[in-house]
Design a binder for this molecule. Sequence first.
Ligand code: N2P
Length: 357
Amino acid sequence: MKKIMTAFVGIVLVSSLLLLVINRLNAAKGYSGADTLTVFNWGDYIDMDLVSQFEEETGITVIYETFDSNEAMLTKIQQGGTTYDIAVPSEYMIEKMMEEDLLIPLDHEKLPNLIHIDERFMDLPFDEGNKYSVPYFWGTVGILFNPELLPDKSFTSWNDLWDPDLENGILLIDGAREVIGMGLNSLGYSLNDTNRDHLDEALEKLNTLTPNVKAIVGDENKLLMANNEAAVSIAWSGDARDIMWENEALTYVVPEEGSNLWFDNMVIPKTADNIEGAHQFINFMLDPEIAALNTEYVSYSTPNQSAIELLPEEMVGDERFYPPAELTERLEVYENLGREMLSLYNELFLQFKMHKN
Ligand code: N2P
């Protein structure tokens, strides 16, 4: 018995010592004991080679999952079944998540690369002082179209989409704010309108667009447009940019009545298990060279000023995708309209989809 005890104590001692050494080594490399990191991001929104590079540099294994709307992302985080360490919501959703106490405050001391972000994208009203979120990409919503397939058409207004010649020709984004917003904007109302009559009017107007709607799509939008399978699509600017590299016939416009200006930021949700690793990941993505490579890959507009200096002029000098402040002034950022209003937007979008089918 004594022998067994001695052996047991010995094993405990040796393994504690080993653990101590491992921890020291890990600390020297700058990461905590947790060795996985779960990242929850929009589809097609990162260069996966950079994720591998992060894994190599830190020894952390990244579990990567995607979503296709802010609403879908929120539901998964609220359910709490997965330990998401990083998520990338848009501004109105960040505000809503803050309100619902779903986010962990960031430690700016662990994010030295924050200095590379253009001041224009810092300290925005949805998260003053960037307490909970840091910029990832930004952009607009507009009309992507193919002039070769539609030689006599031009698009300057949302109302141009109601042209009967476009029957079964338009792809829509699968997003409640985007589609209802388009209906509101086409009537001259705000994207943040909360007047029930205006919202009903927007739905009625959208219902009259259905003969022209070919499909309501997610990331397959890009493939369909690149392959000339549809002539027009409502698109986020970066997706439009991405397809335009592939199919040079296409072009992108932000309608004159206005549209949406959006900001997607990285956050650490309350579901996080590896807060230390999450900060490392955010700081890694903010590194100018990494941000530049990521921007080249996804084609969205980067808020990282130091990365912009590393990127080709044909990319960052294009005002359709890097609109100056004078142009963004007439655009609207989605506001967090509160639980009831956001459900109403979702409900109206659902009714529109049902009407379409
Ligand atoms: C990337 C989607 C970008 C999200 N496919 C726009 N907020």
